[in-house]
Design a protein around this ligand. Structure first.
Ligand SMILES: [Zn+2]
Length: 495
């Protein structure tokens, strides 16, 4: 099942089809269902012509909504993922779980839900009050609550945050009304003040962009920082985006781990990797979920609030004993010159093994040969105190496969689009004429690979492991006694 199958069924461009496949954990049927449910929303939104926002241009409503959705938002065209989402703890499988109804507000919901679990909150009123208090520009600034007297965004107004007297109605609104989520978010923005949010949110040199964007109405990290820290900066990295200086950690009960920080190799700020409680927001690339250690069972629980993978999963995190990593004072790239015999790339799993858990498979490896090493000669040499990756010795001729792949061709594949695969019996590469001697890929079983290569393959195969290993370098995930990657049928959490 692939994105191209989905593209064929729905007529979506491949890149969008890929997003749906990821959201549906590569299940084609669910991806199709998801597509039609979301396409349905858009059609529904298309029927009534968008009514312009009824308030005056400079009203607090216009200002607050344009911060979220862009200039001159029309009330009838706002994404229902955001306007029909109470903060309701109504998941029958998890008493503290907020079911997410539509794709979009996952970042905000994961942050609110994780904070609720981490602080052992008993009610949303106190949680919202704490968040609003953090958002005040100064200790003397007013605490504001967004309210919707007619249950409609057009009657949006802000009132001073009620003392305990208003508790019941605030909680009942948040948990039962479709605008509950926006009540939470707009209260934070109103208290922070729209002007300050507009100042904090853009990256330097950039103009202000709405905090909710794109065809799926996703939010960036500004709203998550607003919830956790009371400011709308977009940066979550360990280094200041203007000065590159290391960011001073701000203690937080809720951490965050991100798949992107592994791919970009840019670590998240230390406070995200070392929260004051065992609770982490998890960013899988497109979707936010969260994970926490259950104090009763001492097990880790992962919660994904969005269908089709809505689920509370109990996972054992084995080998999760490292102290929280601390980002180095200065970020530096760690690419060193490649040496002959090192693995240049992991080409693919053996075609016959693809149905097995990945750690049962054989992998085709392209090794660095003389030509590749020469081409890499300008890259700095690995310092003596940095452990070198393991090296392989090429057998003189391809032993494993009748077909063979030419390393010379494969290593220049991005320039030539030639992947160097030769049919059985071919004595010289049919593309470049080179013989296979010291010039062919090899197959090695996962169990025989050096640890560093196993880690690389784990990272290619599993977003879950990749993300968790930004915090615990050697963690293994086990669900119901089955280890991910090693045992068939492991129902690993979906990020
Ligand atoms: Zn060749």
């Amino acid at each position: 099942m692939s994105a191209s199958d989905l593209a064929a069924v729905t007529g979506l461009p491949e890149a969008e089809a890929q997003m749906y496949m990821e959201m549906a954990a590569n299940d084609l049927e669910q991806a199709v269902a998801l597509y039609f449910s979301m396409a349905g929303d858009n059609q529904m939104n298309d029927i009534p012509p968008p009514a312009p926002c009824s308030s005056a241009p400079d009203s607090p409503l216009t200002e607050a909504l344009s911060i979220l959705f862009g200039p001159s938002p029309s009330l009838s065209s706002l994404p229902i993922a955001w306007t029909d989402q109470p903060i309701a703890f109504s998941d029958p499988t998890f008493v503290k779980g907020i079911p997410q109804l539509k794709n979009g507000p996952c970042g905000v919901l994961a942050a609110v839900n994780a904070l609720f679990v981490a602080t052992d909150s008993t009610d949303l009123y106190s949680l919202l009050l704490e968040c609003v208090t953090r958002c005040r520009p100064t200790p003397a600034s007013p605490l504001l609550l967004a309210t919707f007297p007619d249950d409609s965004l057009s009657s949006f107004t802000t009132v001073p945050f009620p003392a305990t007297g208003g508790e019941a109605s605030v909680v009942s609104y948040l948990t039962t009304r479709p605008l509950g989520l926006l009540m939470f978010v707009l209260s934070l923005i109103a208290t922070r003040t729209p002007a300050l949010v507009r100042q904090e949110a853009p990256l330097p040199g950039d103009t202000f962009q709405p905090l909710i964007f794109g065809p799926f109405s996703l939010c960036g990290t500004e709203l998550i920082n607003l919830i956790l820290f009371g400011n709308a900066t977009p940066s979550v990295s360990a280094y200041d985006h203007r000065t590159n200086a290391k960011v001073t950690p701000t203690p937080t009960p809720v951490g965050m781990l991100s798949y992107d920080s592994s791919r970009d190799k840019l670590p998240l700020a230390d406070h995200f990797l070392n929260p004051t409680t065992d609770t982490y927001i998890l960013h899988g690339g497109d979707h936010f979920t969260f994970m926490f250690k259950d104090s009763d069972s001492d097990s880790w629980m992962h919660y994904n609030g969005l269908p089709p993978n809505r689920k509370l999963t109990l996972c054992e995190l084995n080998n999760a004993t490292d102290a929280p990593p601390v980002a180095p004072a200065v970020h530096k790239a760690t690419t060193y010159r490649q040496e002959i015999g090192e693995i240049e790339s992991i080409v693919q799993a053996h075609p016959d093994d693809k149905a097995m858990p990945w750690r049962m498979r054989r992998f085709e490896l392209c090794l660095v040969n003389e030509a590749i090493a020469l081409e890499d000669a300008a890259t700095p040499q690995r310092p003596a105190d940095v452990a070198a990756p393991p090296k392989f010795v090429l057998e003189t001729t391809p032993t494993q496969e009748a077909r063979w792949r030419c390393v010379g061709c494969y290593s220049t594949r991005y320039k030539t689009m030639c992947f160097g695969e030769n049919p059985p019996g071919c004595v010289v590469c049919k593309f470049c004429g080179a013989p296979p001697l010291n010039n062919h890929t090899i197959y090695v079983a996962f169990s025989d690979l050096p640890l560093a290569t196993k880690r690389r393959i784990d990272a290619q195969e599993s977003k879950v492991l990749t993300t968790l290993r930004t915090r615990w370098s050697a963690v293994e995930v086990e669900v119901a006694g089955k280890e991910m990657g090693s045992v068939e049928g492991c129902e690993a959490p979906v990020f």
